[in-house]
Ligand binder design. Structure first.
Ligand SMILES: Nc1ncnc2c1ncn2[C@@H]1O[C@H](COP(=O)(O)OP(=O)(O)OP(=O)(O)O)[C@@H](O)[C@H]1O
Ligand SMILES: [Mg+2]
Length: 309
């Protein structure tokens, strides 16, 4: 199946001469959730707004549903919903009118039933007649999503949907995103919260300094690049790790009851067997063993570091 969004050699130099996108290639499949993960200033917003046709690229091209976002702007744009980072709503407007208005902007016929359906999808049905200013911050964010969905786009871009929101609301937003996906909407979101990408994305793109360093299935990325930790619980606590084991760079837990060995899953030899033998020889007796996968956070940090050196 051809990609719903196809980005080719996209470059953006701002008027200041700053190059915010350095030749991005990216294909987005219909129905997936792609998280673009990157630090401040990485180029996430620039990438999204260029894909949405709001920012003009210096070179390269973008198609959405096969339509070029410059030559065929209207057709491409009608397939896209964009949820901006800032809340920019009219405080005295009623929720349902605000959503209906957004629909009108795309030249779609009035359809109160459709508007009601979108409000329901976002659990805003009981707020349809409320004024925006009467809503909580989380509800306002959901109104932004409802407005972006008003013209029934196939692809939804969310620019930092949970920046600065509390944990509960963040989880609420993740549920909304999962729900939209189950309705067939393709979702691209930007975030600098790694746990957010880890929680909801199918694929993760890591972006830094205007380049996509890697884009891959989330689980695959974590399996391939991850380092693993092996925790060995000891039958007797120790004060320090014996010198004979210094090569393994073991970490001792504060209570002295466990040591942790970090190894690379990609290495030919993990060294686990030898380490366990040496542990035994040093008089440390094992009570239990557990392994733990390193998080996306560590992968992300090491990739961005690698780029800088
Ligand atoms: N209109 C502009 N003119 C000049 N430079 C810009 C403009 N907009 C963005 N930039 C620069 O381009 C780079 C990328 O900005 P962008 O907003 O895309 O980053 P971001 O990844 O969205 O960051 P954040 O996580 O802070 O939202 C930054 O260095 C920024 O200063
Ligand atoms: Mg941004």
């Amino acid at each position: 199946m051809p990609a719903i969004v196809s980005v080719k050699k996209l470059r953006k130099a701002y008027d200041t001469g700053f190059v915010a996108l350095k030749g991005i290639d990216l294909d987005i499949e219909e129905g997936e959730i792609l998280a673009l993960l990157g630090p401040n200033g990485a180029g996430k917003t620039t990438l999204i707004s260029t894909i949405c046709g709001i920012t003009v690229p210096t070179s390269g091209s973008v198609t959405v549903g096969g339509h070029d976002t410059i030559r065929d702007y209207r057709a491409a744009r009608s397939l896209i919903g964009l949820v901006p980072q800032e809340i920019n709503l009219e405080p005295f407007e009623k929720v349902e009118n605000s959503v209906a208005f957004s629909r009108g902007l795309f030249g779609k016929p009035k359809d109160p039933a459709k508007v009601a359906e979108i409000l329901k999808l976002l659990s805003l049905d009981d707020k349809a007649g409320s004024k925006i200013k009467e809503l909580s911050g989380g509800m306002k964010r959901r109104v932004l999503i409802a407005k972006a969905l008003a013209h029934e786009p196939r692809v939804l871009f969310l620019d930092e949907p949970t920046a600065g929101v509390d944990v509960e609301l963040r989880k609420d937003m993740w549920n909304v995103v999962a729900d939209l996906k189950s309705h067939g909407v393709t979702i691209i979101l930007t975030t600098h919260y790694i746990e957010e990408a880890e929680a909801i994305a199918d694929r993760v793109g890591i972006i830094s300094k205007g380049e996509i360093l890697r884009v891959q299935d989330k689980t695959e990325m974590m399996n391939q690049m991850g380092r693993k930790e092996l925790r060995v619980d000891l039958t007797q606590p120790v004060d320090a790790i014996p010198d004979a084991l210094s090569d393994y760079k073991l970490a001792l837990s504060p209570d002295g009851r466990a040591v942790t060995y970090t190894y690379d899953t990609r290495a030919d030899r993990t060294g686990i067997r030898r380490m366990l033998n040496d542990l035994d020889a040093a008089g440390l007796q094992m009570a239990d063993l557990a392994t733990q996968q390193s998080s996306l956070e560590e992968i992300f940090t090491s990739l961005v570091k690698e780029q800088q050196t």
